[in-house]
Design a protein around this ligand. Sequence first.
Ligand code: GTP
Ligand code: MG
Ligand code: ZN
Length: 322
Amino acid sequence: MSLDAYGWEPFFQRQLPGPPSSETGRVRLATARKVDVFAEDRTVRVSLPRNVGAAAVGDWVLFNPKKRIATKILARRNALARNRPGHAAKRQVLAANIDVAVIVAALDRELRPRQIERYLTSVLASGAAPLIVLNKADECPNSEAAASTLRNADPRYPVITTSATTGQGLGTLEDLLPERGTIALAGPSGAGKSSLINAMLQSEHLTTGSVRSQDNRGRHTTTRRELVVHPKGCLLMDMPGIRELYPWSSPEIVDQVFPEISSLGQDCYYRDCRHESEPGCSIQAAAQDGSIDPGRLASFLELRREQEELERSAGERRWGAA
Ligand SMILES: Nc1nc2c(ncn2[C@@H]2O[C@H](COP(=O)(O)OP(=O)(O)OP(=O)(O)O)[C@@H](O)[C@H]2O)c(=O)[nH]1
Ligand SMILES: [Mg+2]
Ligand SMILES: [Zn+2]
């Protein structure tokens, strides 16, 4: 198979040639010092020496086929990243070189728009196109109402309802996926990410797991990121469920996630208004007269704070201060 099938592009071609006799492959599975790559005519496991760096699933690597050692990780076109939980500023790349990030939520539990806004904050920072999937539509009598709630809050992104169990909405989902693109599925444990991929592949390739009966939360069945090839040609990346996502993003991206709120901030009396209790704050004024959603406002303020803090910590690390 040609490497085009795995998303090879001029952007990566321009980074060649590598060392003579090296081969190119795309990482489909990664552990700390070993990666499985899709190469032209086979899948091969190569070791990843420390000096080469850390590879993420979706990365392109050069490797020495005889020694089965990776020699270089090619520069990424983009990456979906988070701040490692429990760290002030430690970037963790979740997925490299992706075109679409599918944010999967499940309809067998309460819809959490705040959680989706967190994912959007990560996805917009990556540059991948977001697509919101509300799965387990078979478990929810008014799945369309849930989808409408999200569309009304922000009409910019597609929101679709699916069921990995009955197959409902899978055709619509597949139609929205770019034919040659790389698509990462992210979302909380138990939302049905692995089930959706299996349903699209019409195979039981990925392990799926039950949810806890008291609150329908998942049990973190998927423990590694993995890239699989869809029969139509696109690549699907399964990801472990994320408990609480701390996006690696920026205050400016948060503004983009909440345009109806951030645009009001330009009219605040103080230029550096924090939109809390300052006089002349047009965002608080809009909150008081009910013209912005209080849930979205709280989410906007929280994510702004978080990203400002991250920017400060990351900057301090970069300059070696404090
Ligand atoms: N009723 C219903 N159940 C589903 C659907 N999709 C998945 N499930 C079930 O939900 C449970 C969790 O599915 P998984 O596919 O393992 O969920 P996941 O998002 O991959 O979870 P992690 O790997 O833990 O992050 C399994 O018992 C699935 O059978 C659906 O559309 N409808
Ligand atoms: Mg899974
Ligand atoms: Zn303000």
